[in-house]
Write a protein that binds this ligand. Structure first.
Ligand SMILES: Nc1ncnc2c1ncn2[C@@H]1O[C@H](COP(=O)(O)OP(=O)(O)OP(=O)(O)O)[C@@H](O)[C@H]1O
Ligand SMILES: [Mg+2]
Length: 590
């Protein structure tokens, strides 16, 4: 993606500076520090003139104490000013990075579900991590180096002009070709550093996949293949990094060569001025020191260009996130607690880039307090259907009504408050049992509510045995609990939420009979008195459902009760023979 090479950098940078405004006092303080630093540095250079002329040439002993003291004094001032600059700048930069990452994470949580299909989580992590840091560097550190070094160059120039304007002007002829060369080098650097970052992202993504799936990798003996894939990406990264490295090195070599040529010119012109009696030995030393001070300053300035470019590329990506369209949330209808009647009217859905629609013309009504079981082959659209209800995705056509009004009429947060969701994958966070059950808006719910939810979900029996009861940490993703225990915690969370609509995606992997029965009982309790939509894999769920929807290739092909559908002898009867099993009776002919 060479987009950022073409995009004008200035508007992005200006927007970035906007993030610095809250820290303007710190930045002003830093600027003051820089001015003092540069002034002290220049004064030191100018001091070299009397040092040489008085101490060595005139052998003036009166100044022999004052001059050394003045040198120490100047460096004390310079050191203090530099410290103030560094601290203020550092604080601003880190604060900007912090502000950005918090804003970007907030934004990610407001983006529609589709975004998460197109942008992998590791790349989101990059935005929050290195991109945020780099942006802060660009906004502040680069500005710091730029100002600091420019001030030093200006200081040095003033000293030079003051000492001998004739020599200085002769040397200034060097400046334009130097600038052209620096610009060329910087452009090349910018191109490669951008590609290095993208390659770094791919590298991380590959590692993330491999590590997260380590069990599969081991079981299927895919280590070599995974390593080869990762190795190839790492080679690419290495190749690009080396290009960046060599460009960086060439750039400083070029700048230094320019410096040497400048020095040669200085010697040439200074010699003529000295012969004409217009330049003392001390004056020459001052000129030389000023020029020597300019070389590293110029070199740093060329690096700043690179730093800025990297930061601007990162900023573009961050702003891309901040500017992305959020989930649509245009409804205004009041909703405290829905009755829970859901109606699908001619719903069609299609994922971007998919040829076939995921759902076509789905129509059904789920009455309050009833259970609707959804069955169908893998890929038939079951998950897609239920994801439309909390508006994780928007249907392409048709309308979904809740209590007779389109979902889009309600505020998104209100709508989602009506829904409890128990997915196939158990979503738990690193924290205590209590924090996981009383999650999000439930966090303020009273202690007895939590107790009751744990009881109802048959979770108390194991929670009470944990070392600190419901205060016990469960590890990342609930790693310290068994599968059945994790499921019961998630059910407890849904019970605590007590929402009128319940969406269930039954786990396909069955637990042992004992656990399975506990989970099933907990689920039955959860389902009572709610409008339940359940993607069903268990026969018992389907048998007890008020209606069964049979999906095939995104279409609703059959609808009725278990008994009715069996009697029809269609797809459901077929699936029933092939697929549904009763826990504990997996071996029984079914
Ligand atoms: N995020 C996505 N992006 C693109 N296509 C998708 C996405 N999710 C699902 N699909 C496609 O939509 C169709 C329906 O998928 P869906 O996940 O709804 O099936 P399902 O019935 O839940 O299957 P399973 O029983 O395997 O979970 C499939 O063809 C699938 O390839
Ligand atoms: Mg599914």
């Amino acid at each position: 993606m060479s987009k950022s090479d073409r995009a004008p950098a200035w508007p992005i940078y200006r927007r970035l500076l906007g993030f610095a405004t809250p820290y303007r006092n710190l930045l002003l303080l830093a600027l003051g520090g820089m001015l003092i630093e540069a002034a002290a540095g220049s004064a030191f250079m100018k001091l070299m003139e009397p040092v040489v002329d008085e101490t060595f040439i005139s052998k003036n002993s009166e100044l022999s104490l004052i001059l050394p003291l003045a040198i120490v004094g100047l460096f004390v001032i310079r050191g203090i000013a530099g410290y103030i600059t560094d601290v203020c700048m550092g604080k601003s930069a880190r604060s900007i990075a912090r502000d950005l990452r918090v804003r970007v994470l907030g934004k990610y949580l407001r983006l529609p579900g589709l975004r998460f299909d197109s942008e992998p989580v590791p790349s989101m992590l990059m935005r929050l991590g290195s991109d945020s840091d780099q942006v802060a560097n660009a906004a502040v550190d680069a500005a710091k180096v730029m100002l600091q070094q420019s001030l030093q160059i200006i200081g040095a120039l003033v000293v030079m002009l003051w000492t001998s304007w004739q020599v200085t002007i002769a040397i200034l002829v060097m400046a334009p070709p130097l600038a052209v060369l620096m610009d060329k080098v910087a452009k090349r650097y910018r191109r490669f550093s951008h590609r290095v970052q993208e390659s770094g992202g791919r590298l991380m993504q590959a590692a993330d996949q491999t590590l997260n799936n380590q069990q599969e990798v081991k079981i299927y003996g895919a280590q070599d293949a995974e390593l080869a894939r990762y190795g190839a990406l790492a080679d690419e990264n290495l190749r690009l990094s080396m290009k960046v490295e060599s460009t960086r090195s060439i750039s400083s070599a070029v700048v230094q060569l320019m410096g040497a040529v400048g020095l040669a010119l200085l010697l040439f012109f200074a010699g003529r001025e000295a012969a004409a009696g217009r330049l003392s030995a001390g004056g020459f030393v001052t000129l030389m020191m000023a020029m020597m001070a300019m070389i590293p300053a110029l070199k740093q300035l060329t690096n700043v260009q690179n730093m800025l470019q990297k930061g601007i590329a990162s900023a573009e990506r961050l702003f891309g996130v901040l500017d992305a369209d959020e989930e649509r949330d245009g409804g205004a209808r009041e909703l405290t607690r829905a009755r829970g009647e859901l109606e699908f009217r001619a719903i069609g859905a299609r994922y971007p880039g998919q040829g076939e629609p995921a759902l076509t013309d789905i129509r059904f009504v789920a009455k309050p307090g009833t259970v609707t079981a959804i069955v169908g082959r893998s890929g038939s659209g079951k998950s897609t259907l239920i994801k439309l209800i909390p508006r994780f995705y928007e249907p392409a056509s048709g309308e979904i009504l809740l209590d007779g009004h389109p979902l889009t009429d309600y505020r998104l947060a209100d709508l989602r408050r009506q829904i409890a969701l128990v997915g196939q994958q158990v979503m738990l966070f690193d924290g205590s049992v209590a924090a996981n059950v009383a999650y999000g808006e439930l966090a303020d719910s009273p202690g007895e509510g939590l107790r009751h939810a744990l009881d109802a979900a048959y979770a108390s029996e194991f929670v009470d045995k944990l070392s600190e009861g419901s205060g016990t940490g469960i590890g990342a993703k609930g790693g310290r609990l068994s599968g059945g225990q994790r499921q019961r915690l998630v059910i407890a969370r849904a019970i605590l939420k007590d929402a009128p609509i319940l969406i269930l995606d039954e786990a396909t992997a069955s637990l042992d009979t004992e656990s399975e029965r506990l989970v099933q009982d907990a689920l039955n309790r959860l389902m009572s008195d709610r409008t339940t939509l359940v993607i069903a894999h268990r026969l018992s769920t389907i048998e007890h459902a008020d209606q069964v929807l049979v999906l095939d290739q995104g279409r609703l092909v059959e609808q009725g009760t278990h008994a009715e559908l069996l009697a029809q002898g269609g797809l459901y009867a077929h699936l029933h023979r092939m697929q549904f099993r009763e826990p504990g009776s997996a071996d029984a002919p079914g």
